[in-house]
Each structure stands twice: as structure tokens, then as C-alpha cells.
Design a protein around this ligand. Structure first.
Ligand SMILES: Nc1ncnc2c1ncn2[C@@H]1O[C@H](COP(=O)(O)OP(=O)(O)OP(=O)(O)O)[C@@H](O)[C@H]1O
Ligand SMILES: [Mg+2]
Length: 580
């Protein structure tokens, strides 16, 4: 082992210094003719820790962090194209962004030293400090020597890290871009323009990353337009347990109408007068399109107003009280704002809005909060602006307040919309707990916008949380109404199960409902999918006849297994059942 490490170390330092000499020589040649003085490029450093070799080099002043990042990505894609895998993660901590590229490749590349056993995994870490004066750097981390392929990635990354774009600039390339106006109005207009260009490039890069990430989420959401669900971001689903939200199991083609609760009368679906909608709603106008585009570039998702028939309350079984409450406080006001205005004009000495403008949806994970927002958006014929706060706040590190303001401003350019702030607890932790300064400022912005939110339009803010108790009291007081999505009781569970196992009889469904205490709608959907998967594998293995649908026993077995797993988790974590 020691022999192996010693050899790997020697081979790596040899390969790294050869690569560096070549890169340095090229840099000398390219920069010798330039009239501008370049800051000296620095050689990579090597260290060994826990059996891994770290090769680290800084990104030179004037070089572009975004260019280094995309060069590494391009190179890794090239070398993994035929027989490897690649993943990229980006995290923002308080003072720095850490981008981690993980590459795994079948061991086909030639080692830099013949005969040496090499592992096929390479990690590249890019550290981008968010404060001025601290230099960004790149580290290649490998257990063993680099293969030829990996060495070629290293060489390209090293070149990109030393390729100076704006030599006149003396601020580190990765420092947060200075405000554009200060750059432009500064003494040195040339440096200002370069700064501006760099700033725009970084902004464009950040937006394209956000767009890529959300494109996947958007696809999922689109996919679920026919199927109930939600746009699962990596943080979506149950954030506490890391459980993913339900996967894309098909929605029963034939939907059951929601059953009536005892004493409840079937309500007529809400009808909005179409001519009025035509006249007032100009979604699709140039201004609205621009606003929607801007919202998307800010990392939010905009779902165009759907066809009313597309999604209705039928996708959410049970929860009659919540549906009624939502219709009364929000949906009717979005559909018939003039009725509310007439009342307010008649009752108030000074006219003031009487429509709900901010509503809180609270309840354990998987109980239908996001699904309800989708129904509202579809039924009210307004677009839904989905703001996954936790994800966007970390993307916007350092600039979150300004960007959150922009989201609200752009949303107000729409003729009407629902702003859905998901996971609002991620930025609005109670003042008692230690609140990060940035979070506090962001909360301030949110409070201001909730106060000033344009209400004479068909717009409403909905915030969703699993942890109402952690919300700041000032934020809580801004909500006109709070809709509680509790866990379903046994009869409601049966209604939900009818959605996902329509072939079972009422009695069979009741027995599955009895076997699934404390489960949310998402759990019931998941257990039904599990039963279907188990049944499919039995068909494929020819254990059962192919033309049979899963019998009730499969559902009960899946429910029992889930209960058992949850109990074990509960014992370990001591959390209330619903929060697991
Ligand atoms: N009452 C229900 N009837 C049918 N399906 C349901 C019901 N409740 C939840 N589901 C299904 O469970 C999944 C999760 O629901 P949803 O995303 O609305 O939960 P949520 O309350 O927003 O959860 P979270 O707090 O984790 O964001 C969806 O696929 C949804 O269709
Ligand atoms: Mg949700």
C-alpha cells in the first residue's frame, strides 16, 4: 500500500509539473507581446490527505470563474462520453460557493505510469469565495495517479484558470460583481465596461444554470399535468427525511368524483364568465410575456393559465373543508373581484381591499398543499409563479433581497397571478432562533412586498410550510387566512386510495385505509405504486397471471411495510409520526 501511494504521489507530481511547465511556457509566449502587465501565474500545489492526492491551483486575477467551470464541464463530458458518469453539485455556504464535479469511469484510460493500479473516480472541487480579496481555486482530488484522460482535463482546467480576460482589472475574478452603476460611473470607464461585461457574463452563466436545473423540474411538472404531483426539486418531497415526492406513476384514467363528507352537498364547479376573462386577462400580451420570461430568468417557474378543465379538485380526494375554505377566501375573489369591491365601496369610509392577498397553507408533508395551488391556478385562469424559496435563496446568495424584489415586481406586471412561495419556513425562521443576517434582510423584503402587494388585480400570494411554529410572528401576521392540511382520517384515506387503486372494492379499500394509520396522501400514493411494482415483478417472473391487477393483499403488504419502516425511523429520531 505504501509502495503504491509513494508511486502514485511521484507519478502525480511528475505529471503535474510537466503539465505546468507546458502551460506556463505557453502563457509566457502569449502574454509577452501584450502591453499590459499580467499578474504572475502560480504553479499548482500538491498535498496528500487520507490517502488522496489534492492538486490545487488558484484562478488567476482577471480570469473568469464561469469560463473555468464550463471548461471543466466540457472536458469531463468529453472523457466520460462513452463509458463514464458525471455529476455536478453546487452548494453555497456562508462565505463561498463550492462546486463539486464527480467523475467515474470504467478503468479503460491509460494510467500516467504504466502498470500502476488506478481507481476510476476523480473529484474536482471549485471553491469560489463570495467576498472580495479571497481567490477562487480548483482542486483535483484522486486516490492514485491521474489517467491520461484525467490529465488532459487537468491541463485544460489549468489553462482556463490562467487565461486572463481583463488584465486591467485588479479585483479577483470570482468576487461578487461590483454594482454595475459603480463600475460604469467610476474613474476608469474602460475598466468599468470590462467589469460590466464580466458581470453580465456571470449573471448569464448563473441564469443558465438555474434554467437547466429548472428545466428538469419543469419537465416533471408538465409530465404531471395529466397526473397529480408536484415539481420535485432536490429539496422537494419531505425535506426532513429526504424522501422523494411521489414518482411518476400513472394517474387512473377514469377519475372518481370526490365523495361527499357526511352532511355535505355536492357543489357546482365554479364558473367564471369567459367574456370578462378574455377582456381582463391578457396573458400572452407582450408585457405579460416579458414579465413571465423575467420571472423564469430569476429562477422561478411560471405555469401559464391552464384550461379550467385541465386540473380540478378531483385530483385531491377528500379535504372538503379545505377546498371550501380555499374557494371562499381565494378562488371566488379571483373569479369575481367586482363583487368584493362593491361590498368594500359600500361599507368602508375609505375604500380598502377586502380580498385575501396572502394565504398560508400549512401541514405535514404530502398532504396536498402544492396540489391545491395548482388547482387554484387552473380554476382561476391565472398563471402560477412557483418560487421554491429554499432553492432560489441559496442560488441568489448575496443578492437575494434584490432578486426577491424583482420577482414581486415582475409578478405585478402580469395581469393576475398566484405567487406560490414554497418552503417559506426556510427563510422565515423565528426571531428567537439565531437568524442569519441575510435571512433577516430577505424576510424584511418579503414582509414589505406582502404589505404592498397589488390587490386590485387577480393576484394572491400563497405560502406553504411544514413548520408554522418556526415562522416569524411578523410574517404570520401578514396572512389573511391559514388553511390547515392535516393528515387524512381513515375515511379520507379510503377516498384517496380510491384514486390510486380504482379496481379495488369499497370494502377492500377500507381495509387498506385501516392498515395505513397516520399516512399522508403522498404516502398512500407511494404505497399504491409500491404494490403495483411488486405485482408487475410477479407478472414478469410468471408467478401470477399477466391479466390480473394487483389484489388487495399487495396493498396491505405495502402498507404494513411502510408502517414498520416508519416505526423504526420514529424510534431512531423520536419525531412525531407525521413529520417522518
Ligand atoms: N388528498 C389527496 N388525494 C390524492 N392525492 C393526494 C392527496 N394528497 C396528496 N396527494 C398526492 O401526494 C403527492 C404530494 O402532494 P403535494 O405535493 O400536494 O403535498 P404538499 O402538501 O405540497 O407536500 P410538501 O409539504 O412535502 O410540499 C401528490 O402527488 C398528490 O397528488
Ligand atoms: Mg409542496
Amino acid at each position: 500500500m505504501m509502495w503504491y501511494r509513494q508511486n502514485a504521489w511521484e507519478a502525480t507530481s511528475d505529471a503535474v509539473s510537466k503539465t505546468w511547465l507546458a502551460v506556463d511556457e505557453d502563457l509566457h509566449r502569449e502574454e509577452a507581446e501584450s502591453p499590459v502587465a499580467f499578474q504572475k501565474a502560480e504553479a499548482p500545489t500538491l498535498r496528500m490527505s487520507s490517502g488522496q492526492i489534492f492538486i490545487t491551483f488558484p484562478i488567476r486575477v482577471g480570469a473568469q470563474v464561469a469560463a473555468v467551470k464550463s471548461e471543466i464541464l466540457r472536458q469531463l463530458k468529453r472523457v466520460t462520453a462513452d463509458n463514464g458518469t458525471l455529476s455536478v453539485q453546487s452548494e453555497v455556504h456562508r462565505a463561498e460557493e463550492l462546486v463539486t464535479f464527480n467523475m467515474a469511469k470504467l478503468n479503460l484510460g491509460k494510467p500516467a505510469v504504466a502498470g500502476m493500479s488506478i481507481t476510476s473516480k476523480l473529484t474536482i472541487q471549485m471553491r469560489v469565495p463570495q467576498q472580495e480579496g479571497v481567490r477562487p481555486s480548483v482542486s483535483f482530488v484522486k486516490q492514485g495517479a491521474l489517467t491520461d484522460d484525467e490529465l488532459s482535463v487537468f491541463s485544460a482546467a489549468l489553462r482556463a484558470a490562467n487565461k486572463v480576460i481583463s488584465p486591467a482589472d485588479t479585483t479577483p475574478a470570482a468576487a461578487p460583481p461590483p454594482p454595475v452603476m459603480r463600475d460604469l460611473l467610476g474613474d476608469d470607464l474602460g475598466a468599468g465596461i470590462l467589469g460590466f461585461v464580466r458581470h453580465m457574463e456571470e449573471v448569464r452563466d448563473a441564469f443558465s444554470e438555474i434554467r437547466e436545473a429548472w428545466a428538469e423540474v419543469g419537465a416533471e411538472w408538465e409530465h404531471m399535468h395529466d397526473r397529480p404531483g408536484e415539481p420535485d426539486s432536490p429539496t422537494y418531497g419531505n425535506r426532513r427525511t429526504g424522501e422523494q415526492a411521489g414518482d411518476a406513476q400513472g394517474f387512473p384514467a377514469e377519475r372518481r368524483r370526490p365523495r361527499l363528507m357526511p352532511g355535505q352537498q355536492r357543489r357546482q364547479p365554479l364558473q367564471g364568465p369567459p367574456e370578462r376573462e378574455e377582456e381582463k386577462f391578457e396573458y400572452g400580451s407582450q408585457e405579460a410575456d416579458q414579465a413571465a420570461q423575467q420571472l423564469q430568468s430569476l429562477g422561478t417557474m411560471v405555469y401559464p393559465p391552464g384550461n379550467k378543465a385541465a386540473i380540478d379538485w378531483g385530483i385531491l380526494a377528500g379535504y372538503a373543508d379545505q377546498k371550501q375554505q380555499i374557494e371562499d377566501t381565494m378562488l371566488l375573489a379571483l373569479l369575481h373581484p367586482e363583487v368584493y369591491e362593491t361590498i368594500a365601496k359600500g361599507t368602508r369610509r375609505h375604500f380598502a381591499n377586502n380580498k385575501a392577498r396572502a394565504v398560508l397553507f400549512e401541514g405535514p408533508p404530502g398532504t396536498g398543499k402544492t396540489t391545491s395551488a395548482r388547482v387554484i391556478a387552473s380554476q382561476a385562469s391565472v398563471p402560477l409563479v412557483y418560487v421554491p424559496l429554499e432553492a432560489v435563496a441559496s442560488k441568489w446568495y448575496g443578492e437575494s433581497e434584490r432578486l426577491l424584489s424583482e420577482v414581486f415586481k415582475a409578478a405585478e406586471m402580469l395581469p393576475g397571478c398566484i405567487i406560490f412561495l414554497d418552503e417559506v419556513d426556510s427563510l422565515a425562521t423565528s426571531r428567537n432562533s439565531e437568524m442569519h443576517e441575510a435571512t433577516r434582510r430577505l424576510l424584511g423584503v418579503l414582509l414589505r412586498h406582502l404589505d404592498g402587494f397589488e390587490t386590485n388585480k387577480r393576484s394572491v400570494v400563497i405560502a406553504a410550510t411544514n413548520r408554522k411554529e418556526d415562522l416569524d410572528p411578523a410574517l404570520l401576521s401578514r396572512f389573511n387566512t391559514s388553511v390547515q392540511f392535516g393528515l387524512p382520517d381513515e375515511s379520507c384515506r379510503a377516498e384517496i386510495l380510491h384514486q390510486y387503486a380504482k379496481h379495488l372494492t369499497d370494502q377492500e379499500v377500507a381495509s387498506v385505509a385501516a392498515a395505513s394509520p397516520g399516512m399522508a396522501g403522498r404516502d398512500l400514493k407511494d404505497l399504491s405504486e409500491q404494490a403495483e411494482r411488486r405485482w408487475a415483478s410477479k407478472i414478469i417472473r410468471k408467478v401470477v397471471e399477466p391479466d390480473q391487477l394487483p389484489p388487495v393483499a399487495e396493498y396491505i403488504a405495502a402498507a404494513n411495510q411502510r408502517v414498520k419502516e416508519r416505526e423504526a425511523k420514529q424510534r431512531r429520531t423520536q419525531l412525531p409520526f407525521a413529520m417522518l
